[in-house]
Design a protein around this ligand. Structure first.
Ligand SMILES: C[S@@+](CC[C@H](N)C(=O)[O-])C[C@H]1O[C@@H](n2cnc3c(N)ncnc32)[C@H](O)[C@@H]1O
Length: 242
């Protein structure tokens, strides 16, 4: 299912543009993440990790790992043998590697280049596969999810954290104004990228959230799929099993 919301233009593939965009904003990414979400993203990641912990995994694959916040938190708080993080933006991974080294987690957290739509990873090799704010950026969502399914062991768990559109009135209007106008303006000034934070809003609008995403998970083969809304629906955690 090709996704037509692109960061910059229609000439290059979405994957290439997304990689360029995250490389550009990499130095500002962590700061803006915490600043623009008022630190609430830390709570969302904690809830995501609670879903991972419930599966008692030894090996976790974190797709679209970025600067490795989720991978590092999982390595710190769970008894894991290995967390592998993959991403298409080398500069995001570079920052992730520094953070991993600073925290002395090099023996557990391994970061590598990798496109979710064609993972260079053995079939049925991970207990849990995670993706935080990643799947919305996939050029081909179904292909990416099919790869996540392939690398999971039978019975393995998929945990996806992604933005959604809040529905509760009047919070939805206030949040929408913030997300559509204020956040891109602050993002533009801070990250110096004209489009990155406008693309964030546009890609969330286009993302098939809630039951639509669950229908795609079912089509991919995932079972017992569930959507858990966070912060009045600003974000959702999706879980499913192979
Ligand atoms: C919003 S960031 C999220 C990073 C991290 N998971 C977090 O929670 O902070 C999205 C990340 O997805 C990566 N990404 C987008 N499409 C990808 C793909 N097809 N394969 C692997 N990574 C991808 C981007 O390079 C970027 O680092």
């Amino acid at each position: 299912m090709p996704n037509s919301v692109n960061p910059y233009n229609d000439r290059e593939s979405k994957t290439r543009q997304v990689s360029k965009m995250f490389d550009r904003i990499a130095p500002y990414y962590d700061f803006l993440n915490h600043f623009l979400s008022l630190g609430i993203d830390r709570g969302w990641r904690k809830k995501t990790i609670a879903q991972v912990a419930a599966a008692n995994p030894k090996r976790v694959l974190d797709i679209a790992t970025g600067t490795a916040d989720l991978a590092i938190q999982m390595a710190k708080t769970l008894k894991l043998e290995e967390v592998v993080g993959v991403d298409i933006a080398p500069k995001m991974l570079e920052i992730g590697r520094i953070k991993v080294r600073d925290k002395g987690l090099q023996n557990i957290v391994h970061l590598k280049d990798g496109d979710s739509q064609a993972l260079n990873i053995d079939t049925e090799s991970f207990d849990v596969v995670t993706a935080a704010f990643g799947v919305r950026n996939f050029e081909d969502l179904e292909k990416g999810l099919a790869e996540m399914y392939r690398v999971l062991k039978p019975g393995g768990k998929m945990v996806v954290l992604e933005f959604s559109k809040p529905k509760v009135f009047p919070f939805n209007l206030i949040f929408n104004a913030y997300f559509k106008y204020l956040l891109p303006a602050v993002g533009r000034l801070t990250s110096k990228d004209e489009r990155a934070y406008a693309y964030l809003y546009e890609s969330v609008q286009a993302f098939p959230e809630g039951q639509d995403f669950i229908n795609i998970l079912e089509k991919t083969g995932f079972k017992s799929n569930q959507c858990i809304a966070l912060t009045l629906g600003v974000c959702s955690i999706y879980v499913g099993y192979k």
